[in-house]
Design a protein around this ligand. Structure first.
Ligand SMILES: [Zn+2]
Length: 330
């Protein structure tokens, strides 16, 4: 029926009731979409559990505490984790990154033993393990050496997979690392282990709180020579294509919120699954505002995570995961 103003679009018809809204909903956030990142610390103190000041609700955890924390989340439907390790000793070459008894390798063994159904993904990089805090080998003048770093990254990934990791996720942004890791895994009989590449990783200020959490702040310089310029989008296509050509199974965009256009671009350009990393700074901003009573945390978080799905992400890595699972289960 037309009104006295004539005929016009009546979009409100499909928003009238929760039932109708559910029928026409286009994107849905599922527990299975979410991956929770954890920081595990090599320590003799089995009860070690240190709050990360800039990331309220997040902790550095001993192996035993990690197991407890993950156990509680698994009961709520947690399906996948991403592990970062913090070693006791750091050195120039980040040797604990590829030590068979390293902290991440131990954490993988422990979680897979305790929760066989849980998908355990490991972050592959050197910056948590190097004394200088850079993602690769560093020359005397401070330059980060690409090709010599590849072998160390491949060794790291291989050691994670040998420990039982279900998937590896290189985050270093060295050129050729996907190829180097894929080759190493294939040569050693792990051709069935998938590789999620931090393919499109921007040199972002949103990583600030993470560096406190992972103790990976560079002692000098920055990461602008290997991470992408936030102003670029065509470059994201070149990086994504290169990583697929080298053997990546999943492409990740990082950070998330300021780069939703890039998520959509990759979704529309490639058939591979797309992941997005809702990074520490994004998390901390929401937490800070929520603690001040300025926003409704639950609604803001679920809206944000749903936004990633709408933009085309299949997988969401987020520090909100444990909370979101609780809210989704309500
Ligand atoms: Zn790194």
């Amino acid at each position: 029926m037309s009104s006295e103003f004539g005929d016009f679009h009546r979009g409100r018809r499909l928003r009238r009731s929760p039932g109708i809204r559910a029928l026409v909903r286009e994107s849905e956030l599922r527990p299975a979409d979410l991956v929770m990142p954890y920081f595990v610390v090599e320590t003799d103190d089995a009860a070690f559990r240190k709050p990360i000041g800039s990331m309220p609700g997040q902790f550095q955890l001993s192996l035993a505490e990690l197991e407890k924390q993950v156990g509680a989340a698994v009961k709520n439907g947690l399906a996948a984790v991403l592990l970062f390790g913090i070693p006791k000793e750091k050195d120039e070459l980040g040797s604990q990154a590829y030590a068979d008894e390293g902290i991440v390798q131990e954490a993988v063994r422990r979680l897979k033993d305790r929760f066989p159904q849980l998908t355990v993904i490991t972050d592959v990089c050197l910056c948590e393990y190097t004394s200088h805090g850079h993602c690769g080998m560093v020359r005397k003048d401070g330059a980060i050496l690409n090709d010599p770093t590849l072998e160390l990254l491949a060794k790291s990934a291989l050691s994670h997979v040998r420990a039982g990791a279900d998937m590896v996720a290189p985050s270093d942004m060295m050129d050729g690392r996907v190829l180097a890791i894929r080759d190493a895994l294939d040569e050693h009989g792990f051709s069935d282990v998938p590789l999620m590449s931090y393919a499109v990783k921007y040199a972002s200020a949103y990583y600030g709180p993470f560096r406190e959490a992972a103790e990976s702040t560079p002692k000098f310089g920055d990461r602008k020579t290997h991470q992408m310029d936030p102003a670029n989008w065509r470059e994201a296509l070149r990086e994504g294509q290169a990583d697929l050509d080298e053997g990546a199974d999943i492409l990740m965009v990082k950070p998330g919120l300021p780069y939703l256009d890039i998520v959509r671009l990759l979704r529309d350009s490639f058939d591979a699954p797309i992941a997005v990393y809702n990074v520490s700074g994004e998390y901390s901003m929401v937490k800070a505002a929520a603690q001040n009573g300025w926003i409704d945390e639950e609604r803001v978080v679920l809206e944000t995570l749903t936004g990633f799905k709408r933009a085309g992400a299949d997988i969401i890595l987020s520090y909100h995961t444990e909370d979101a699972l609780r809210w989704l289960n309500k």
